[in-house]
Design a protein around this ligand. Structure first.
Ligand code: GLC
Ligand code: CA
Length: 514
């Protein structure tokens, strides 16, 4: 199989909610297996599977209590082996989630650590009194008191997710074993959860990005006999960190997720929506910077921690098709590795629910109750609707029939689902198929130089060029725009009529032989 970076097109599968094979309301590995034809039809050639490991489920599987076995709801070891083999047979690479910053407090390491047993004593960060005032990402103090040990431990996320101590060599060895285990099972690499947080610096007051970050990552992935694809989730990444961790000469990661283009508000539940212009301007700057430094960036707008991009940046009602296809074109024509998130290829939107029961994510619930005296209920729900993580986590709507589900189903399932999209004249999925096959055919889309030729409040135009061929991608934002004439033959558009006057969310691709 062709694992050259430029040929990769990833699809993120949120396993809990992709496909439920046994009707218990939880997506599972066998469900993924049953949808390989769907993935092939879309044309992607790599998948990222979110955690399927044993977990008490306090943070939907990101609180792992055993790195070597599957959660009973997800399937068995033999199911995952079969899935990896079948994906490979179909030309699809597989990366799995590696959660290395923390374990569940139900993990035996933690149990042993709280009892100060042997080598486990210092597997976590223990203090008689909290040494600083770090906050948990999910709200409140990042320090929790443990009665058994009579000390405080660090948890950067939920109380049940204890941060492990990477300064301890034994901990580093444990994760080497985890990496080796999954590579042996056939995984082609890892998506590394909040990876920039594994190296702390207590003296500098930094809960992440500490001075040993590069060394720890290099130590984990650049050992004899280990060769794999790695993408680090790094919320703090700027171009310097990206250079340090992903330049090929640094022997650390293949690529990383930078969130700079997506962190546009003051926090997840801030008031107001960012604009498409704001997001794409940053994406464009990131493209130029990473290319200049010789790095391979990722390109993505959604994942299981983000709201749906159509609702967030565009118009999810009147222009939903146009919005979804424009975003799809942005994903698949830029420089770097595209990561599609399940449901994006049919233009899923955020989902409205009248009570907090519709948004059970730990982060949303935390916000809802902590703001009780400051914001009216309606306002809190509205903020959660716009920014909450459950938007990306609802069961994939394969048909209009709502299945039993662990999470309240998508509110627009009757109107927006895989079947209906396929039957529609205006199919988002078919537009994605066209984009994916273009990306596979046109060398300039994967290897060509990137030049932004226009970025205004109303429109964005850029070119990709290599070996005497040039593709120009032009799009208008919500108001439409009049653009100067662009040379070349039109090869794809999300409107039937094209001309110099661009309609709202219109995108047009032109090809020119130079
Ligand atoms: C990452 C995951 C997110 C999780 C957090 C803690 O950001 O993507 O879902 O809550 O890490 O593991
Ligand atoms: Ca199931």
């Amino acid at each position: 199989m062709d694992m050259r970076l430029e040929s990769l097109i990833f699809y993120q599968i949120y396993v809990n909610s992709f496909c439920d094979s046994n009707g218990d309301g939880i997506g599972d590995i066998k469900g993924v297996l049953s949808k390989i034809d769907y993935l092939k039809a879309l044309g992607i050639n790599a998948v990222w599977l979110t955690p399927f490991y044993k977990s008490p489920g306090k943070d939907n599987g990101y609180d792992i209590s055993d790195y070597y076995s599957l959660n009973v709801d997800m399937g068995t070891t033999s199911d995952i082996e079969t899935l990896i083999k079948s994906l490979h047979k179909n030309g699809i690479f597989v990366i799995v989630d590696l959660v290395a910053n923390h374990t569940s407090t139900a993990h035996p390491w933690f149990e042993n650590s709280r009892q100060k047993k042997g080598k486990y004593k210092d597997y976590y960060f223990w203090y008689k009194t909290p040494p600083n005032d770090w906050k948990s990402v999910f709200g409140g103090s990042a320090w929790a008191y443990d009665e058994v040990r009579n000390e405080y431990y660090l948890h950067s996320f939920a109380t049940e997710q204890a941060d492990v101590n990477w300064d301890n060599e034994n901990v580093r060895k444990e994760f080497e074993k985890v990496v080796d285990f999954w590579l042996k099972k056939g995984a082609d690499g890892f998506r590394c959860d909040v990876l920039d947080m594994i190296a702390k610096d207590f003296e500098e007051g930094k809960n992440g990005n500490g001075e040993h970050l590069h060394a720890y990552i290099k130590g984990l992935f650049h050992r004899k006999g280990v060769k794999c694809f790695t993408v680090g989730e790094c919320w703090s990444a700027d171009i310097n960190l990206a250079k340090d961790l992903t330049h090929p000469s640094k022997n650390a990661l293949t690529t990383l997720f930078s969130f700079w283009h997506l962190c546009l508000e003051k926090g997840r539940f801030a008031k107001g929506k960012p604009t498409l212009y704001q997001m794409l301007s940053r994406l464009s700057t990131w493209q130029t910077q990473t290319l200049k430094e010789g790095l391979t960036p990722t390109v993505f707008f959604e994942n299981h921690d983000l709201p749906r991009s159509v609702s967030r940046f565009c118009d999810d009602k009147k222009y939903r098709y146009e919005s979804a296809t424009l975003l799809g074109a942005m994903l698949l024509t830029h420089y770097g590795i595209p990561f599609l998130f399940q449901g994006e290829e049919i233009g899923l939107t955020n989902s409205w629910h009248d009570t907090i029961d519709g948004y059970p994510d730990v982060e949303s619930v935390g916000f809802y109750f902590s703001k009780k005296t400051k914001l009216l209920k309606g306002e809190r729900l509205k903020r959660i609707y716009f920014g909450g993580r459950d938007n990306g986590r609802r069961m994939m709507p394969w048909t209009e029939k709502k299945q039993k589900s662990w999470l309240a189903p998508y509110d627009r399932q009757r109107e927006i689902n895989v079947k209906k999209d396929a039957d529609s004249q205006k199919s988002v999925f078919r537009f994605y198929q066209a984009l994916v096959s273009l990306r596979k055919q046109e060398k300039c889309l994967t290897q060509g130089a990137y030049v932004c030729t226009r970025m205004t409040k109303n429109a964005y135009v850029f070119t990709r060029e290599s070996d005497g061929e040039k593709i120009t991608v032009a799009c208008a934002f919500e108001k439409g725009a009049t653009l100067p004439e662009i040379e070349g033959e039109i090869i794809l558009s999300n409107y039937e009529k094209t001309g110099s006057r661009f309609q709202p969310y219109q995108v047009v691709l032109y090809k020119q032989i130079l």
